[in-house]
Design a protein around this ligand. Structure first.
Ligand code: ADP
Ligand code: MG
Length: 309
């Protein structure tokens, strides 16, 4: 069996490239980072457990990509620039083919965003993967959840529900939607958009659990409500076809895994919103989430939604 050191040497050396802030990487009891003057360190962690967060037959390269992507997505949602990550691997056995593919998917995304792998832990047990990601944001400029204001416009990046459709396909829904399947298996974190939203968005979150659920965090923490414009939601042709075939029109609103950003923008900053974003609603004083659909307003409840007016 490979030792912990040769395992890291063999599979993860390629993503230990050096940022100036990385004073010491893998190999000691701790890594050392310096935080430049005028910056704050944004820190997040996400765990993925086999059978809970991914299927047993997952492609290891896609799993390596997604594990890092979901963490970089949290940094993006704070407007932080990715700097470094640690990786805790719990593996049932050392499978060199599996590790080689997993590390290839992980390293490719790490290099794309110049993220240094600076440490981690390797243990034996049920397949469980944890990344802790650290990023830099100019002091006071992080995008938070509790700062949305009445009158702000609600935007999101990309398309809604593609990953949800990818999951439906995985679960047996028959259609030929490669893009959607790719968004489910290999989400791209919206790092550049997150950085562009500094000084523009009043609040921001990434869509991991579904738009209704994640926007709900912004609303509750900001003490406001919202009305979403159902007819303006950015839906791909594949998702539209899925809705026509199944009548499951709320799938895009409640499905998770899109890893798009949902953010609010005060009216005076709307001109600064990046191009790949769509306005989907407005923040209101009345708490709760309403849905404007072909001129009617409906309100969401725990059971789904009910007619409002
Ligand atoms: P310690 O016993 O002091 O925690 P370890 O023997 O667990 O140290 O790890 C040795 C070095 O290898 C440390 O620098 C640690 O951060 C790094 N490391 C261990 N596992 C991983 C991993 N899966 N990915 C990256 N670095 C790792
Ligand atoms: Mg250790």
């Amino acid at each position: 069996m490979l030792s912990e050191f040769s395992l890291i040497d063999q599979f993860f050396k390629k993503c230990t490239s050096k940022n100036d802030e990385t004073l010491l990487g893998i190999g000691d009891d701790c890594a050392l980072l310096s935080i430049p003057k005028g910056y704050e360190l944004a820190i997040t962690t996400d765990t993925m457990v086999e059978g809970v967060h991914f299927f047993t037959d997952v492609n290891p390269a896609q799993l390596g990509h997604k594990l890092l992507a979901v963490n970089l997505s949290d940094l993006a949602a704070m407007g932080a620039k990715p700097l470094a990550v640690t990786l805790a691997l719990t593996l049932p056995r050392v499978d060199e083919t599996w590790l080689s593919e997993f590390s290839a998917g992980f390293s490719k995304l790490a290099r794309r965003y110049s993220v240094d792998l600076i440490g981690g832990d390797t243990t034996k047990g049920a397949l469980t993967l944890t990344v802790q990601a650290m990023g830099l944001v100019p002091s006071g400029q992080a995008l938070k959840r509790f700062t949305a204001q009445v009158g702000d416009l609600i935007y999101m990046t990309g398309m809604l529900g593609d990953a949800g459709l990818g999951l439906k396909i995985k679960q047996g829904y028959e259609c030929n939607a490669e893009k959607a399947a790719e968004r489910f298996h290999e989400p791209m974190p919206r790092v550049e958009t997150g950085l562009a939203l500094r000084g523009c968005a009043s609040a921001c979150i990434d869509i991991s659990d579904g738009l209704v659920s994640d926007l709900g965090h912004i609303l509750r923490q900001s003490g406001v409500g919202a009305c979403l414009d159902f007819d303006n939601l950015p839906l791909s042709d594949d998702v539209r076809t899925y809705i026509e075939n199944t009548d499951d029109e709320f799938m895009p609103l409640i499905a998770g895994d899109d890893y798009e950003l949902c953010f609010t923008v005060p009216p005076q900053f709307v001109h600064r919103v990046p191009e790949n974003c769509t306005a989907i609603g407005i923040i209101e004083k009345q708490t709760g989430l309403r849905l404007k659909k072909t001129g009617h307003i409906e309100t969401f409840t725990a059971k789904g939604y009910e007619h409002f007016s």
